[in-house]
Design a protein around this ligand. Structure first.
Ligand SMILES: Nc1ncnc2c1ncn2[C@@H]1O[C@H](COP(=O)(O)OP(=O)(O)OP(=O)(O)O)[C@@H](O)[C@H]1O
Ligand SMILES: [Mg+2]
Length: 479
């Protein structure tokens, strides 16, 4: 049976491999390798003909949930303790409990297996669990937090559930381990290995995402092998036949007829399902700017130009990262002082934006709010230098003001002084916009968001402008 891989390192048949020995250990542990596990063992176990030890120093493995990642690591680690005496094998998981729970299961299996005679008596103290072997080697589960301060020096280190690590924490562990690899190789004659294993995580999985993205881009070192199982990026996770085709444990650890029940268990969490069974990264914004309930309850019908009457208007303009789009929104001050924000236009690029902004500002005798730094700096500059008689009126927005527009918009929605006109593009923007904190203030994060942020940002600016109309031109005239 072949296992469809989304991407990864192919077996190099010119090299011998230790895979068969790992497979034998797996059998003795009562979990004979599944085809995908064998494939990983065969490649990761390739022997460098020049050195007689592992060719790869780093193994990156991503599969859906419950495929047998940790079980494969156990078989591999047990085998690894037998390469020679006094070997140190670490199994790191997010918390001591995660690592310890997994370890207890492994111990039970090991002690009940025909391998028991090569083991010593396990240590079971909380936080100091360990399985020694007769040859002086030892397997130790640890929590990431515990080792991240000083690192680990070992012959095999696994970072399991790597999706839970931030880039900073993950790198701190690597910084401790990687420099010691060469000396351990010298001392033992066996190439130390680092395994990084996980199901895909979320946008917050900055450590694992970077590792996978590097591999996918072909930027990994030649001593890194990687294995990426799961649905192709454009495949529909609701298509159970596709899950069946790409899940490496399908038909082995469960059957096709169980899938509808599995899906049912994830009824309220489609992205959780896509991640668990499709190994698709959950790109959903975790820190969305505006809570979905608040957003839904502050929607009002759009105001058409003919209904506008004498209500003052301000325009807010925002530009997406790389100037892909320009959004223009109106802030309309209603008779009761409540401001309705309304998305008017999303334009491609910024080229046609000055003419359109000028037209709108003239038509409605309205001032303009635009950030003169950041992604809209160039557009703001062009608006300012359009020629004397054409210049639009700007609301003066300082850098400090800019850092408050988001929070004041959210506060306005919360206390009922700001509303937004129904618009599906604006809804999508509100759902996909995440925030970046700068001390106690925040702004919409453009690169970390998953869709256009300019529609929402332009509404925020328009609402701010409605509360800060420039006064010097006297009362506004509405045509
Ligand atoms: N080769 C195998 N033969 C039989 N059962 C296996 C095999 N590999 C794994 N399993 C079983 O499948 C289940 C999931 O395995 P495991 O916990 O290793 O998966 P995982 O990918 O690490 O899951 P998770 O994503 O939840 O951490 C366990 O009950 C395990 O015993
Ligand atoms: Mg696991």
């Amino acid at each position: 049976m072949t296992v469809p891989m989304r991407g990864g390192t192919a077996r190099n048949l010119e090299r011998r491999t230790d895979g068969a020995i790992v497979a034998r250990f797996a059998e003795l542990l009562g979990t004979p390798l599944l085809p995908w596990q064998r494939l990983v063992a065969d490649v990761a176990g390739e022997i460098d003909p020049d050195t007689g030890t592992y060719f790869y120093d780093t193994v990156i493995l991503s599969t859906p949930r419950q495929c047998g990642k940790s079980t494969l690591v156990d078989a591999w680690d047990t085998r690894n303790t037998q390469w020679g005496p006094n070997r140190y094998v670490y199994y790191l998981a997010q918390t001591g409990k995660d690592a310890g729970d997994h370890f207890k299961k492994f111990l039970k299996t090991l002690q009940a297996s025909p391998l028991a005679p090569i083991t010593g008596r396990p240590y079971m103290g909380r936080g100091s669990e360990a399985q020694p072997f007769r040859n002086g080697s030892i397997i130790m589960p640890k929590s990431v937090t515990k080792v991240s301060g000083h690192g680990v020096q070992g012959d095999k280190v696994t970072l399991d559930e790597a999706f839970s690590l931030s880039e900073e924490t993950g790198n701190m562990i690597l910084d401790g381990f990687v420099p010691t690899m060469a000396t351990r190789l010298q001392a033992t004659g066996v190439q130390p290995q680092l395994w990084i294993t996980s199901t895909e995580g979320t946008a917050d999985s900055t450590f694992f995402n970077r590792k996978l993205d590097e591999c996918r881009a072909g930027d990994q070192s030649r001593r890194t092998c990687w294995f990426d199982f799961g649905l192709p990026p454009d495949a529909d996770p609701e298509n159970l036949d596709m899950i069946m085709r790409y899940h490496p444990a399908a038909g082995l650890l469960w059957r096709r007829d169980q899938l509808p029940d599995f899906r049912e268990q994830w009824r309220n969490n489609p992205s959780g399902w896509a991640r668990a069974f499709g190994n698709q990264r959950d790109e959903g914004v975790t820190d969305r700017v505006i809570d979905a309930d608040l957003w839904a309850t502050t929607t009002v019908p759009p105001i058409s130009p003919s209904e506008l009457g004498a209500r003052p208007v301000v325009f807010g303009v925002a530009v997406d990262v790389d100037a892909t789009h320009t959004s223009i929104s109106a802030g309309i001050v209603n008779d009761d002082g409540i401001v309705t924000t309304q998305l008017l236009k999303i334009m491609d690029g910024t080229g046609h934006a000055p003419a359109e902004i000028k037209r709108l500002c003239d038509t409605y005798a309205a001032p303009l709010v635009i950030d003169t730094r950041g992604t809209s700096a160039d557009l703001a500059d062009r608006l300012r230098h359009m020629g004397d008689e054409e210049t639009v009126r700007f609301c003066d927005l300082t850098a400090t003001d800019y850092l408050t527009v988001g929070q004041s918009y959210v506060s306005g929605l919360s206390n009922g002084t700001v509303l937004h006109a129904a618009d599906t593009d604006l809804d999508a923007s509100a759902a996909n916009s995440a925030r970046t904190w700068a001390g106690d203030a925040w702004r919409v994060t453009r690169r970390g968001s998953t869709g256009l942020t300019s529609p929402l940002e332009s509404c925020m600016l328009a609402a701010w402008g409605a509360a800060h109309m420039p006064e010097e031109d006297g009362p506004l005239q509405i045509f």
